[in-house]
Write a protein that binds this ligand. Structure first.
Ligand SMILES: Cc1ncc(COP(=O)(O)O)c(C=O)c1O
Length: 396
């Protein structure tokens, strides 16, 4: 079967020598990223300080506007920050937790970094209600909805769960939260770029994510969406001069917030990371997330079939529509097996309590899915994983 998306492979140098199935962690680098970084260096070298006025200063907004198109947000609603932890901290800094409505209802399958940020708010009076998964893959929707009540201030939710690829019903969560006056913060990191996202249609209040994974944009280009209807009423404590209505007046005293999305900025942006991210964003936009999802649905199911046919365990939802872009394959000694796969140029990763995370992306060939399943089978049969069993190296 011909696959037009394979024509993008030549844009990604690492695909020539590796079986690259780890885009849920670090998307492959497009060669355009190198050109973007060269352009950044050229401007710094040739334009010097004028580069700020010629584009650098606005980049958290201009790059954010492209991300907005990828997540169904209007222009002027997304700003770029280095990572999700900062974006989530910035959201939380808009709220007080001393009153009766001070609950944060989250899930034990949220990515740990966001849980650390929420837990830290308990020092300010926030009550953290962490709804537990029963199977380590999903959180029952009814149980989660029932935890959201009139005392709930914020409801963070991962659109796609990082440990299982389970997709969560964000619109249902928004409906429940809004019915009781709570606000929803969607973490889109494991969905945007591989599963269609529509923050406006879902009516979420905030969303965060980054460029590292499915957007093939590299580290340092996280994003924060704030629903336009909320922007003017929020006053982040995590702030700085870029959020000021008149930053170049250098006024002292209390901040006068800008009256648009720039009020969600803080200090000098990491411009080089924003340059690096643009190439991946452009490719994902050119292909379109719908086309990426159509291919992903087919390939993740193919991977699941191949794994099951070899007797390998699968720890992701069974129905393709309930899964994001990756599949978790659970085998004995999965950590050591992963290390041996890396050694064989088959790039995947391992997460404790889950298993081997494997992802096709738009640039993946079906033969690569066959290869990973065959390599896992051979590694298990031959005991080739033994040499990695003494832990030590870090697991990315
Ligand atoms: C769902 C999710 N949220 C957040 C992160 C990372 O957060 P940060 O950008 O703060 O490193 C990840 C993975 O790295 C993730 O999978």
């Amino acid at each position: 079967m011909s696959d037009p998306l394979l024509s993008w492979r030549k844009e990604f140098p690492i695909l020539a020598k590796s079986t690259y199935l780890v885009s849920h962690s670090l998307g492959a680098m497009p060669q355009g990223a190198r050109q973007e970084l060269e352009e950044y260096a050229r401007l710094w070298a040739e334009r010097g300080v004028r580069a700020w006025a010629e584009g650098w200063w606005r980049m958290p907004i201009t790059v954010g506007d492209r991300v907005a198109r990828l997540i169904g947000a209007p222009g002027g609603s997304v700003v770029m920050h280095p990572n999700v932890s900062i974006c989530q901290s910035l959201i939380l800094s808009c709220f007080e937790f001393g009153g009766r409505r001070n609950k944060i209802v989250c899930q034990d399958l949220d990515f740990p970094t966001v849980l650390y940020v929420y837990e830290a708010q308990s020092r300010l009076g926030a009550r953290i209600d962490t709804v537990a998964s029963e199977d380590g893959m999903t959180v029952p929707l009814e149980k989660f909805l029932a935890a959201i009540d009139e005392e709930t201030l914020l409801v963070p939710v991962s659109h796609v769960i990082f440990k299982s690829a389970a997709i969560q019903d964000v619109p249902a969560i928004v409906a429940r939260a809004h019915a009781v006056g709570a606000l929803v913060v969607a973490d889109l990191y494991q969905s945007a770029g591989t599963v269609p996202v529509d923050v406006s249609g879902w009516d979420v209040d905030f969303a965060t994510g980054g460029s590292v994974k499915w957007l093939c944009g590299g580290p340092g280009a996280g994003y924060l969406y704030v629903a336009p209807r909320l922007q003017r009423e929020l006053q982040p404590r995590l702030t700085g001069w870029m959020a000021h209505a008149r930053p170049f007046a250098f006024e002292t005293g209390e901040i006068a917030y800008a009256d648009d999305v720039t009020r969600f900025l803080h200090g000098t942006p990491a411009v080089s990371a924003l340059y690096a991210a643009r190439a991946g964003h452009a490719i994902v936009e050119a292909i379109g997330v719908e086309a990426i999802r159509a291919k992903s649905l087919r390939q993740v199911e193919l991977l699941a079939e191949l794994a099951r046919a070899r007797g390998l365990g699968v720890r992701s939802p069974v129905h393709p529509e309930s899964r994001g872009g990756m599949l978790i394959v659970d085998v004995p000694h999965a950590d050591a097996v992963t290390r041996e796969l890396l050694h064989r140029e088959v790039l995947v990763d391992f997460r404790p309590g889950a298993g081997i995370r494997i992802s096709p992306h738009f640039y993946t060939g079906d033969d690569e899915l066959q290869r990973v399943v065959e390599e896992i089978t051979t590694i298990l049969e031959t005991g080739a994983y033994h040499r990695h069993e003494r832990a030590g190296a870090m697991s990315f």
